[in-house]
Each structure stands twice: as C-alpha cells, then as structure tokens.
Design a protein around this ligand. Sequence first.
Ligand code: PLP
Length: 416
Amino acid sequence: MSSFEADRMKDIEFSGIRKVFEEVEKIKAERMKDIPPSTIMGVFDQVSALKAEGRSIVSLFIGRPDFDTPDHIKDAAKEALDAGMTAYTSNYGIAELRQAIAEKLKNDNGLVFDPDTQIIVTSGANEAVFMAMMALLNAGDEVIVPDPMWSHYFQCARLAEARVVSVPMDEQNGYQLNPDDLEKAITDKTRMLVLNSPHNPTGVIYTHETVEAIAEVVERHGLLLISDEIYDRITYDDVELVSPGTIESIADRTITINGFSKTYSMTGWRLGYVAAHPDLTKAMIRVHQYTTVCATSFAQVGGVAALTGPQDSVGEMVAEFDRRRQVIVEAFQEMPGASVVEPKGAFYVFPNISALGRSAQQVADELLREAGVAVVPGHVFGVTGEGHIRISYAASLEDVKRGMEALIEYWVKNLK
Ligand code: PLP
C-alpha cells in the first residue's frame, strides 16, 4: 500500500496505531510479558524491506529449504482436494497417515508406536512442542533447555508458565550436552528436558554415548523428555543418529516430535507429528482439540505420499545441502580468528565470530546493511550463542558462495 502514498505522507505517523499498541501493552496477559516477538521473523521483515528498496540481499538466515515440494506429494494433496476432502479429520489425524508415520518411526528410527493411540498429527512440529508443554507442564515447573537452542522451546515453556533453565553446551566439546552439567541443573521442580538432534543452530548430532548418559539422568530423576527429531533425515558423513525413545528405560517418558517441513521441503504445509506413551497423548490431544482441531485434511494426504512414495528427492536434497555445507565450513576454517564446529546434520553452521570484538547483533546488522548478507545473531539461541552467528544453507549453492564471499570481505575488513 505504501507505494501508493504521496511522498509527503512518509513521515506522518498513524496515531491510531500508536494508541492501539499502548493499549495492547496494558491489556496483554501476564504470561506474555516475557515473550519477545520472533527475531528470525524480524530479520525476515528487514530483508523484505531492503529488497523492496531494490537492494540485493543473500538470505542465509531462514530454516526453509529452497526446494519445491516433490511433485508426487503435491499431486496427492491436489487429488484429495479435488475429491472433496475438505472436512475436519480425526483430531489424531487420518488413519493412513498415522500408519505411515508409525512405519517411518520403526524403519528409520527404531521406535515402536501404536498408530491408534500414540501418534497425533499436528500443524507442524511447532504445534507439537507447544502442545506437549501446555499439556504436561504446570506453572512454576522447570524445563531444562540446552543452550544454544532453537528459541521456540524457551518461549513455549514460558507460554506454559514454566521456568526455563538453560544448561550451556561447550563449543570445545563439540556442543555435546554434558550429563554432569545437566545433573547439576536439576532441582525438585525440574519436570522436563528438551533435546534436539540434529541440532538447530549448530548442526551437531549427539553421540550414542551422550544420549545414553543423558537417558540415565532423565530416568533417575523421573523427567519427561522432548526429543525433537525434525532434521533426522538430513545427516552427513554417515554419522549415527540415536532416537532417545529407543532406550527402553526412558521410552515411556520420551515425547518424540518430527515433521515434514525439512525432509520434504513442506514448511508452508504445516504438517508434523508427536509420538508418545498413550497417557501423554491423552493429555496432549486435549490441547490440540481446543486449538487447531486437526492438521489440514488434504495436507495430511500429501504427508502419506511423502512417507510412502519415492524417497529419491530426499537423497538429492541432502547431497546438495552437503555441497553447500562444505563451502561454508571450509571458508570458516580458513578465516583467521574464526572457528567452527563442523555440522553433521540439519542445514546450519554456527561459527564463532568473537574475534571481531563486537556483539553478534552488531555483526548481523553490519553484514545485512554493508555486505547484503542476512544471518541470525547467535544470542537469539541463548546466552552461549553470543559471539556466534547462525548461517542457514537452505539457500542455493550460488547464493551460499556469493554470501560467503561477501562475508569473507567483511571479515578481512573488520578483523582487529
Ligand atoms: N524444530 C526445530 C528444531 C526447528 O528448527 C524447526 C524450524 O525451524 C521446527 C521444529 C519447526 O518445524 P515445523 O515447520 O514442522 O513446525
């Protein structure tokens, strides 16, 4: 709309909007007071504004694969829509999809779930995290979130009025969560631990040894465990990936979350799922029933096609991600003063940029304004993220190369 406005209007404030914002500050619920707007969506808005001004920006900030959803998935959803599949489905999701998910979890992850009682199809993994926290946390409960971590967990826990306790992960230790550090953070209020492997923002995968040691602590303290495995099919160098739910002693207390956004490039479809013991799904389904009701009906049919159809596109996408990963990692390994933990999964790199002697926010701002490269400042992922930036290589190889050239130029110019 603003492009239709006369120039004289550009500095004229819209007093009505000001007023409404003041009102919102006053009327918003107590539980919202510590919930900030999403920084990543803030970068998204900044990038859109710069692009609208005609600036060429390389977007290396968002976790959205740059591929289209494979045709056979789109065709299945289109056919379902044309066949009139436009009504509510079961709150748990359509039976064919739950069956396909149960098979996927068994074949890929070694997890056994009853599709009738233990799987809920959600509007993305985002909803699954929210649902689990709303259904299973009481106000004042403590949730342990390793740091750095995807900030969604921090905010969902706060929405559930729980207290987030961060446990720093050590970069020198390859960001493997240390079980002794975890143990020290546990109090009589601790109710839940959140794990994410492959990990956003570092791309790290927890070793078998780490997962076993964490499982032992989880069991001994009777915690619930959220295991977000959304990047489970995006791994490199044949590393082993362990689903915590396969460890028998904690299987009943593990809530496994996954989705279609990353593996099949379906971020806009809003399709994910949660699998857990029936006592936990029974609690979670009531949050789902009173919020989203069910995931979009025809998107669920697309989900069946994704899981049961040809998987070639996944391999091709991962091979392409791997090429981009190598370009970024090699560049950082050669940059004087920089260091990086080599990611083994997902599509992020989390280099240490503290040699620049300025905050992650300042580096991200300067990279955007001066070098035309959009990244996410590391502090968004927790206190230990300061001194880092997150680079997403869910962007074309050409963009990754262009972005890294600009970043290296910025680095050389600004290194103290
Ligand atoms: N879990 C993690 C660790 C993520 O990084 C993301 C997205 O960036 C999600 C979940 C969101 O997944 P979905 O699109 O299925 O809601």
